[in-house]
Design a protein around this ligand. Structure first.
Ligand code: NI
Length: 174
């Protein structure tokens, strides 16, 4: 396993569209392992492969209710219900925060690292995380969607607390 460099806002890679994974081989597993390790190092609840410079449809997300990580290969959202608006940030843009509107609940299909397809339902902060990371696969950044950026430190803490209240487990989050 190896730590990968996190690509930052302003770099072209983050604006490109990622390609579908066709081969579920050891190259993919190394990428996933490295993404896991990069998340361990830098924190955050999600990472998309373009953020480590690889344009493949691969994301790793943490379920904010169970704190378990899920690897999603070729994720496709099949259903969106409701709306929520919470503060978001991104490992590729430390210190930048903004309010984004997202669906409250989503359903999706994806494959695991061995190519086995499965279905997943997500709500609340987990749904936000998945939508944010899938956007990365399409070259879209949260700042494109944010209707308000949060600059004030106190305002930001309040916004994070409000978002974290949606999580079942109350671990302190970034
Ligand atoms: Ni991001």
């Amino acid at each position: 396993m190896a730590l990968r460099r996190v690509v930052m806002f302003g770099e072209d890679t983050l604006r490109k569209t990622s390609r579908k994974v066709e081969v579920f081989d050891d190259k993919l597993w190394v990428l996933l392992d490295d993404m896991q390790q990069t998340m361990d190092q830098f924190g955050g609840v999600g990472l998309a492969s373009p953020q480590v410079g690889i344009l493949r449809r691969v994301i790793v997300v943490e379920d904010s209710d169970t704190e378990k990580r899920v690897e999603l290969v070729n994720p496709v959202i099949t259903k969106e219900v409701g709306q929520q608006r919470e503060v978001e940030g991104c490992l590729s843009s430390p210190g930048e925060w903004g309010y984004v509107k997202r669906p409250e609940r989503i359903s999706l299909t994806a494959s695991n690292r061995y190519g086995k397809e499965f279905q997943l339902d997500a709500k609340g902060v987990f749904a936000i995380t998945i939508c944010h990371e899938i956007d990365h696969l399409n070259g879209k950044l949260f700042t494109d969607l944010a209707d308000e950026m949060v600059e004030d430190e106190e305002e930001l803490e309040k916004a994070k607390r409000s978002r974290n209240r949606k999580c079942k487990r109350k671990k302190k989050r970034r």
